[in-house]
Design a protein around this ligand. Structure first.
Ligand SMILES: Cc1ncc(COP(=O)(O)O)c(C=O)c1O
Length: 403
């Protein structure tokens, strides 16, 4: 009998057990210990950036970046509507207002709309940007690199520079994606804007169970975020604090897993890329739809494999159910955040493409353990789906011409 093919599961083929046992045996299980620094140094080395701060989650990493941008109650932050809600919630933790932006064909933030919004809906005073309607100061933009695809950072950075916006890249899904050409040639997702945030929760390309990291263009800001993440301790031995801190630091046990995972990261990326290429080869020329592409001029980590259904012949929900019957776990893309209960009253700017893509995407299994046989099994079922959809289409045609 065929086994279930899961959507995305962690891969612990490396030194995870050894390093975790070491951390436990040494008694360093909390927010001190050598694995944390080792994890930070290796991550920074991989990203070709001077330093990184390891934290409890991707969400806490984004929150620290917003704090560092000086986002305060009543300020505004531009965010995507098509993403996981963790990229937006920290705006609310600051009692600030998200302004929701549409995506382009990459599923990431649309730079043309971002520019139009700044041009038409905002005004600049004393070097600051204000939303005309609410008179709220817009401090930053959170750009999410969706499914491993690089957002159009050249154009987004141009808009941010023109309007004095801080840029936080949520590079959670794009760890290892970088530019092959252009102004940012050799630059990794997360290291282009002012801040970059990463998550290492269970379904990411590497995991620490739960965990995250933040990087910054400016070393002083990075140090300050590290300080905030450890309860803003001004003295390691005496309890002196000058700021409100957070318990956001990664633990040594998480970092021990993380070091082992980082050792495997280049191999995981290669596997993801190879498996994506095989899916593409097997799923070409289908009326049902197509494998979603990644931005030209970049090397993507190809974290998630989105299949875009076309022609409205079958809904994402129906496709997911049909595949589940064949023991293949797939998943829809997120519901739009500006339509979720906590955010319905917030500004959403000309959301069109995100609404269309939201209905059409099915994410296919993408774990690094996938075998060729697994991928062929998924492709076989997709082809069956394609045939049944075509058959239903031609029957409908016949019925119409009979009438
Ligand atoms: C784009 C994005 N941002 C943030 C997060 C949140 O990270 P965490 O679960 O580590 O808080 C996730 C996934 O969980 C994500 O996909």
């Amino acid at each position: 009998m065929d086994q279930m093919i899961p959507l995305s599961i962690p891969n612990f083929e490396g030194n995870e057990e050894t390093y975790v046992l070491d951390a436990v045996r040494e008694g360093w299980v909390s927010t001190g210990g050598a694995y944390i620094a080792e994890f930070e140094n290796r991550l920074a080395g991989f990203l070709h950036t001077p330093a990184a701060a390891a934290c409890q989650s991707g969400t806490s990493a984004i929150h620290l970046a917003l704090l560092e941008c000086g986002v305060r109650p009543g300020d505004s932050v531009i965010v995507p509507t098509l993403t996981f809600i963790a990229a937006v919630n920290p705006v609310r933790y600051q009692y600030a207002n998200p302004i929701f932006m549409d995506c382009d064909e990459s599923l990431c933030m649309d730079p043309a709309k971002l520019k139009r919004f700044c041009e038409e809906e905002c005004e600049q005073r004393d070097g600051k940007l204000y939303h005309k309607k609410t008179q709220s100061e817009i401090k930053a933009v959170v750009v999410v690199h969706i499914f491993g695809n690089m957002a159009d950072m050249e154009r987004i950075m141009d808009v941010a520079d023109e309007y004095g916006l801080r840029v936080i890249e949520d590079a959670t899904e794009a760890l290892g994606t970088y530019y092959l050409e252009g102004r940012y040639k050799g630059k990794y997702a997360g290291t282009i804007g002012d801040y970059g945030a990463y998550s290492f929760n269970g379904n990411k390309i590497i995991t620490t169970g739960g965990g995250g990291a933040v990087v910054a263009r400016d070393g002083a800001h990075l140090e300050h975020m590290k300080y905030l993440s450890t309860q803003a301790k001004d003295d390691p031995h005496f309890y002196v604090h000058h700021e409100v801190g957070y318990n956001y630091r990664m633990t040594n046990v998480q970092a021990a897993i993380g070091v082992a995972q980082l050792e495997k990261l280049p191999e995981f990326i290669e596997r993801k890329q190879r498996n994506y290429a095989l899916y593409r080869e097997l799923l070409c020329d289908m009326e049902l739809g197509r494998m979603f592409d990644f931005r030209a001029g970049t090397s993507s980590n190809k974290w998630f494999y989105a299949f875009e259904l076309s022609g409205g012949r079958i809904s994402a929900r129906e496709a997911i159910k049909a595949l589940a019957r064949e023991k293949i776990q797939t998943r829809a893309i997120w519901e739009l955040i500006h339509e979720q209960t906590p955010y319905r009253e917030d500004t959403a700017y000309q959301i069109e493409k995100a609404a269309a893509y939201q209905k059409r995407i099915v994410n296919l299994p993408c774990s690094t353990q996938l075998t060729q046989r697994d991928i062929c099994r998924v492709a076989e079922q997709m082809k069956r789906l394609n045939e049944s959809v075509l058959k239903a289409g031609s029957m409908e045609q016949e019925n119409r011409s009979d009438r």
